[in-house]
Design a protein around this ligand. Structure first.
Ligand code: PLP
Length: 377
C-alpha cells in the first residue's frame, strides 16, 4: 500500500531528538526552530515529560469518558492556575481543528444563530466548520462552503459591525496571533473592539490560541497582551501536548453544560492528560514562558539589524521574518548547509520561527549567523 501523497517533504529522516536538537539516521545533527508546527513547546524528549507518560502508561492508558477520570480535573486546575482563568470550564479533545469545531458548535448552541465571522489570512483547521472559516479556498471542499460564514478584512471593525447588524452571527473567531497567515499580530484595539462588538450583538468571541498559546509569547495566551479582552471561548492544542495529540476548549462560566451536548471517544484520555500535565509542570518549573519572551525580544532586535530583512513581526518565540527575496531557497539552504529547520508561511518571502520554548540563546545565535551569511550573497 502507498501513502496518500499530500505532504511536500523535506528529504530528511529523523530518528532521534532532544531539546531543540534533531538527528537523522546518519547521525547528522539539526537545530529545530520550527518545533514541528509549534507543537514542541518544552523541548523534545524532556525527561520529566517522558517519565510522566511512561508512568501513566504503566498504570493505565485509556478508558472512555463513561467513567470518572480525576487526572482531567488535575489538568483543568493547573490550566486555570497558569492561564489566570480559573473560572473557565475545560472540554478536552484531540486536536486544534476539533477544538475549534466544538467552539463553533458551542457558540451556535448558546446563541441559536448559525453565522460566523473570521478574518483574512486565517487558519482554523481542516474539519468542516473550521475549514469554512479558513481563508484558503484550495482546502475548502464544495461540501464545506457556507454562505453565512464571512471572511472579513483584518483590523476593520466597521466591516465586522456591518455583518453583525444582520443579527445572524453566532460568533467571531480570531487567532491570538495569526500563524499560517505569516505571524500577523492583531492590534489590542482590534481585539478590544471585537470583544465589545461581540457583546453588543450577542455573538461569542472565540480566541484560537492553538498555535499562539501555551506560553509561546510570554503570556499564557497571546490575546492576554491586549487589556480588557475576555473571550467567551478559547481553543488550544499544538504546544499543549508537546507532540502527544491533545486539544482543549476553555469555556467561560456563563455557558451551562448539559449531558450529551458535546462528546468524544479519545478526548481527555489518561495518557493525553498526563502528557499535558507534564508540559505544564515543566513550563512552570523552568519558567519557560518568561524565557520565551526574553529570548524572542533579543532575537527580534538582532534580526531587525540584518541587511536583507524587510520586516520582523511577532511576540516572544512566535516570529515572522519578511525577506527582500523568496524565502524558499533561503530555508532550503538553512536546512542543507546549516542544518537548521524553519517554517514557511502564506507569504512567499516569509520565514516563520516557532522553536521549542526551551531553546538556548547560542542556538538562536547560530541561526542569526547562518541567516546573515545567506542574505549577504
Ligand atoms: C494548527 C492550527 C489549527 C489546527 O490544528 P490541528 O491540530 O492541525 O487540527 C487550528 N488553528 C490554528 C491557529 C492552528 O495553527
Amino acid at each position: 500500500m502507498n501513502l496518500f501523497d499530500v505532504y511536500p517533504l523535506i528529504p530528511v529522516t529523523l530518528v532521534k531528538a532532544h531539546g531543540s536538537l534533531l538527528w537523522d539516521e546518519k547521525g547528522q545533527e539539526y537545530l529545530d526552530l520550527y518545533g514541528g508546527h509549534a507543537v514542541i513547546s518544552i523541548g523534545h524528549t524532556h525527561p520529566h515529560y517522558v517519565k510522566r507518560i511512561k508512568d501513566q502508561l504503566d498504570q493505565m492508558g485509556f478508558y472512555s469518558n463513561s467513567i470518572q477520570i480525576p487526572i482531567q480535573q488535575e489538568l483543568a486546575s493547573k490550566l486555570g492556575e497558569l492561564s489566570g482563568l480559573p473560572d473557565y470550564q475545560l472540554f478536552l479533545v484531540n486536536s486544534g481543528a476539533e477544538a475549534n469545531e466544538n467552539a463553533i458548535k458551542l457558540a451556535s448552541f448558546a446563541t441559536g444563530k448559525s453565522g460566523f465571522i473570521a478574518f483574512t489570512g486565517s487558519f482554523h483547521g481542516r474539519t468542516s466548520g473550521a475549514v469554512a472559516l479558513t481563508d484558503n479556498p484550495k482546502i475548502v471542499a464544495p461540501c464545506n462552503e457556507r454562505t453565512d460564514f464571512h471572511i472579513l478584512p483584518w483590523n476593520d471593525l466597521d466591516a465586522v459591525e456591518e455583518v453583525l447588524k444582520s443579527n445572524s452571527i453566532a460568533g467571531i473567531i480570531i487567532e491570538g496571533i495569526q500563524g499560517v497567515g505569516g505571524i500577523q499580530v492583531p492590534s489590542p484595539e482590534f481585539l478590544q473592539g471585537l470583544s465589545s462588538l461581540s457583546k453588543k450583538y450577542e455573538a461569542k468571541l472565540i480566541l484560537d490560541e492553538v498555535q499562539s498559546g501555551f506560553g509561546r509569547t510570554g503570556k499564557f495566551f497571546a490575546y492576554q497582551w491586549a487589556r480588557g479582552v475576555r473571550p467567551d471561548i478559547i481553543t488550544m492544542a499544538k504546544g499543549m501536548g508537546n507532540g502527544f495529540p491533545i486539544g482543549g476548549v476553555l469555556i467561560a462560566p456563563e455557558f451551562k453544560a448539559s449531558y450529551g451536548l458535546l462528546g468524544t471517544t479519545f478526548g481527555g484520555n489518561h495518557l493525553a492528560c498526563a502528557a499535558s500535565l507534564g508540559v505544564l509542570e515543566v513550563l512552570e518549573k523552568e519558567n519557560l514562558q518568561a524565557k520565551a519572551q526574553e529570548l524572542g525580544d533579543k532575537l527580534m532586535k538582532e534580526l531587525g539589524a540584518i541587511p536583507g530583512i524587510v520586516e520582523v513581526r511577532g511576540i516572544g518565540l512566535m516570529i515572522g521574518i519578511d525577506l527582500d527575496r523568496d524565502a524558499g531557497p533561503v530555508r532550503s539552504e538553512l536546512v542543507n548547509k546549516y542544518h537548521i529547520f524553519t517554517g514557511s508561511a502564506a507569504g512567499k518571502q516569509t520565514i516563520r520561527l516557532l522553536p521549542p520554548l526551551s531553546v538556548e540563546w547560542n542556538e538562536l545565535n547560530s541561526f542569526l549567523v547562518a541567516l546573515k551569511e545567506i542574505l549577504s550573497n
